[in-house]
Design a protein around this ligand. Structure first.
Ligand code: FES
Length: 377
């Protein structure tokens, strides 16, 4: 790499930077506008999703410890995504933002998409590597506050624009003054070539004596810090507005918006040989489905349906693909669908119909005893 060679990468990386900025801002604000994501008792909460991920993730032990702090973790993820998206969009502290995006993507890869088959079909691993060039090169000074700050700091110290301009070597020879075909007259017995050229390899000879390059970097850090604080304050106002708007309109309840949640879902059903009581059979009319959670099984989410009169079926709601929570909607009463990657399952027997899931839903034994539904794992 030539001196400050990373500055050459800015324009080439701009489309990727724009995509990462848009995606992370969208993902962060989408979560902030959805109160259910932070409500650990909601089906579409991070808490519910983590329960699904735990059984398949290689960092199962970490997720189990984080489960009790899922609301705090949900805010950290949502605000982290907004911060990464803002940094990438403004080109402000771009390397810091890229490290943040890389860590979020790595966490999602280990927690969610580690078991994708084939492995290269998962998005998180692609996001992870998409951030690497920005960790190395930053914004490259292109359409970025980092670039503006660097130029401003250099200007304050009466230095040239710090950005790099590519010049053909033949042009350097033409204006050099020491080039006499094919020799360098400044260094005895040396042919003129980029390697060994005292100007190209020297210590920035355009700097006048007494000037300290480190001062520019210190100045850049100060200006960058003030700008980042201002961006964080503005972001906080926008995030608060989005969060309030999301709560006013009610947010999203996930793919099962018309799905009933059984009122006695947290019962342990203690004492019954039939299993865990999950609610009244009357709450699951013919042709409809309802969700429940099994407190006796670490709040594992389940689905119960009555496809035909008097015939109840129940399944684990954990998608066998990557552990998202599968839902049901009255608009498509014959299928359960997964909101994450679109796997579809039959309501009548939980069988796999389409999508990336490798198999159908795990069946649970359900019985109707005197109008009360019981589930056995
Ligand atoms: S988790 Fe991927 S389809 Fe359900």
């Amino acid at each position: 790499m030539p001196p400050r060679g990373w500055l050459l990468s800015g324009w080439a990386l701009l489309p990727v930077r724009a995509f990462l900025a848009f995606t992370f801002l969208f993902a962060g604000f989408q979560k902030i506008a959805n109160p259910s994501f932070f409500n650990s008792s909601a089906r579409s909460s991070l808490h519910a999703q983590m329960i699904g991920y735990i059984s398949l993730s290689p960092i199962k032990v970490v997720l189990e410890h984080l489960l009790e702090h899922s609301t705090l973790l949900a805010w950290v993820i949502a605000l982290g995504e907004v911060a990464v998206g803002t940094g990438m969009a403004l080109g402000l502290w771009t390397r810091v933002a890229a490290i943040g995006g890389l860590l979020i993507s790595l966490s999602l890869f280990l927690a969610v998409s580690f078991n994708d088959t084939p492995w290269y079909t998962g998005a998180d691993i692609v996001f992870l590597f998409a951030f690497v060039p920005f960790v190395i090169a930053g914004s490259g000074g292109v359409l970025s506050l980092d670039g503006w700050i660097a130029r401003h700091a250099a200007h304050e110290h009466q230095l040239d624009d710090p950005l790099m301009v590519v010049v053909p070597f033949a042009e350097v020879q033409r204006v050099c003054g020491f080039y006499k075909d094919p020799k360098c007259t400044a260094i005895k017995n040396r042919l003129c070539a980029p390697a060994g050229c005292p100007y190209l390899e020297g210590v920035r000879p355009s700097l006048p004596a007494g000037r300290k390059p480190d001062e520019i970097d210190r100045r850049s850090v100060v200006i960058g810090g003030v700008t980042a604080a201002a961006a964080a304050a503005a972001g906080l106002v926008i995030v608060s507005g989005v969060a309030i708007a999301g709560r006013l309109v009610g947010g999203s309840g996930g793919s099962g918006g018309t799905q009933v949640t059984l009122p006695s879902t947290t019962g342990t059903g203690g004492g019954s040989s039939n299993g865990t009581a999950i609610g009244a059979a009357a709450d699951v009319p013919v042709g409809k489905a309802a969700s429940f959670t099994l407190a006796s099984a670490n709040d594992e989410p389940g689905l119960v349906a009555q496809p035909t009169k008097g015939q109840f079926v129940a399944f684990s709601a954990i998608c066998p693909h990557e552990g998202c929570i599968v839902g049901w909607s009255a608009s498509s009463p014959e299928i359960f669908s997964c909101p994450c990657h679109g796997s579809v399952f039959s309501v009548s027997n939980g069988a796999y119909i389409s999508g990336p899931a490798p198999r159908g839903l795990t069946p649970l034994t359900v019985t109707d005893t005197d109008g009360q539904l019981y589930v056995k794992e």
